[in-house]
Design a binder for this molecule. Sequence first.
Ligand code: VGL
Ligand code: ZN
Length: 237
Amino acid sequence: GLGAAVLVSTGGAGLALHQARAQGAPRKIVPNLRSALIVVDVQNCFTPGGSLAVKQGDEIVPLINKLAKNFTNVVVTQDWHTPGHVSFASTHGKKPFEQVDLPYGKQTLWPDHCVQGTEEAALHKDLSIAHAQLVIRKGYNKGVDSYSAFLEADRKTPTGLAGYLKARNINRVFVCGLATDFCVAWTALDARKAAFEAYVIEDACRGIDLMGSLGRAWADMKKAGVHRIQSTDIAAA
Ligand code: VGL
Ligand code: ZN
């Protein structure tokens, strides 16, 4: 009867899964020459002691150093704002984490952070990826923010990253860094819009989680076809 058929089919699937595990570790993702690791905003301002510190933001640094060894192609990003940047609450006489309406839409306001050329804006001292090929700076236009490493917050000004990756025949990006729910998520979402295959390495990121932003970011990424993976899903080179 039906009951028996259901039993047999679930039993079969369960057995197959079990056998796959018994035969060895699940298949790992092998980065190749068409893959790039994008290390987002691992800067002093976003790590403990910084002006916009992400909780446990420094914990991911050793993991990212290790991960980077599995990638021939690595791109590092830096949030790189002017003094008096439009994303700073102080510019508007407002408090951090309030919102304002700007010509390009709603902007969350932040403490002053990552000002060009300051020690705060430097990469974290323990980040060690000598073979990184490109450092892309973003948010350098005084009147426009840029969470994404691909497109500014006006949603039309490119940073040049998509062109760079495409010129180098890269079709798959793996994103890690800070913060999961802002610069990492926007970068992964824009990677999808630019037709890259996109993976976010969850344990190599930390989030801010401002009023549910972390859950929303994961939901948006899932909808856009971003793969949510762990560092252990990537094969060691
Ligand atoms: C970021 C808020 C403001 C980030 C940058 O790197 O996620 N968040 N600027
Ligand atoms: Zn910023």
